[in-house]
Design a protein around this ligand. Structure first.
Ligand code: MG
Length: 349
């Protein structure tokens, strides 16, 4: 999929490091006045003008976090930015700048790196963030991409993980489990392709979940929506490793317990049908499938009327006293202790 043999190939060595950085970054627009100096000096200069600055970073490694046999490079660039912006929005902050560092082996020509940067640029333009720096170097094998995102918020607006209180409602944006199931479909098709390269996969009925895996969107809209609704979450986190492990982070840091209701979990019809096809339990997928990049937060029960019925938000449970533990209430009204089982542990077996 990746290496089109007829494509033009320009070796990275021809450009040199600074030539490459300049070539890749010269068409990026700057959206924020807080970006005083971007790419082109020893360091970027950012003026946060009295606000708190939030910083987050993620490293993605080929073969560990992504597989280029079904992940197009443009999507990889986009997703690498999304996973970081998602963390900024999870602080109830606005993302303003990113830096991008890559290490690539000589199996990638310039045209491949341009594809990667096309995805990064699309993310920057869609989410209005400024690329202000980074590094490029060579690797002996594969590709590594590290993105750092920088955002700002007023001190009183930042939401941490440790503010949840008993009786607070637990809310998620969007729906859950799609990205994990999209990955299962892509893995299956890869294996089919390896056995029979003539086979043309029919992926029409999986478009939503595959998009959730290959082109996730960070929920920039949710902090904005909450501001409009005049709701300040008491705690918040983004769902990168599955609802179960994320709510456990909130409960542990807030020193509380929780109840999550199985019948409240938001599932797309494609998640339900594909779980059945794979003989998997959709509740398990929603709780433990990762990479949905939705936001999970708690709000005071007094704010229920403000969020109720909003199509972007689902109340999935409530916070309890710590001694009640962290539990899933099943459809049969049984309580089962939640387990932190991120998508990584799924992949091990
Ligand atoms: Mg996070």
């Amino acid at each position: 999929m990746l290496e089109d043999k007829n494509q033009e190939r320009t070796s990275l060595a021809e450009l040199g490091e600074f030539g490459l950085i300049n070539h890749l970054t010269k068409h990026f627009k700057m959206y924020h006045s807080s970006t005083v100096k971007g790419v082109g000096d020893d360091a970027a200069v950012i003026n946060a003008s009295g606000k708190e600055t939030v910083i987050t970073t993620d490293l993605l490694v080929e073969g560990i976090h992504f597989d280029l046999s079904y992940m197009p490079l443009k999507h990889l660039g986009y997703k690498a930015v999304m996973v970081n912006l998602s963390d900024v929005y999870a602080m109830n902050a606005n993302a303003e700048q990113i830096t991008v560092s890559i290490a690539v082996s000589n199996r990638f020509p310039l045209e491949a790196i341009e594809e990667l940067y096309a995805g990064i640029q699309l993310a920057c333009d869609t989410y209005k963030v400024d690329l202000v720096g980074g590094d490029t170097t060579s690797s002996t094998k594969g590709i590594l991409i590290s993105v750092t995102a920088i955002g700002t918020a007023n001190k009183e607006d930042i939401v941490y993980r440790d503010g949840a209180k008993p009786t607070d409602l637990i809310v998620v944006s969007g729906d859950l489990g799609g990205a994990y199931l999209g990955l299962q479909v892509l893995e299956r098709e890869k294996q089919v392709f390896q056995v029979n390269p003539q086979n043309q996969p029919d992926l029409d009925k999986y478009t939503y979940i595959i998009e959730r895996q290959l082109k996730p969107e960070a929920r920039k809209d949710i902090p904005k929506l909450l501001e409009e609704l005049e709701v300040k979450p008491t705690s918040m986190i983004d769902i990168s490793d599955g609802l179960s492990s994320e709510i456990m982070h909130i409960c542990t840091q807030s020193k509380t317990g929780c109840k999550i209701y199985e019948d409240k979990l938001p599932l797309d019809p494609q998640v339900i049908s594909t779980s059945e096809e794979f003989n998997m339990d959709s509740t398990m997928i929603a709780l433990s499938g990762g990479e949905d990049y939705e936001l999970l937060f708690t709000v005071s029960i007094d704010d229920y009327d403000k969020i109720k019925g909003n199509p972007n938000l689902t109340v999935v449970g409530h916070i309890t006293e710590k001694n009640e533990g962290m539990n899933l209430v099943t459809r049969a009204n049984q309580e089962i202790e939640l387990k932190a089982q991120g998508w990584n542990s799924f992949n091990k077996d």
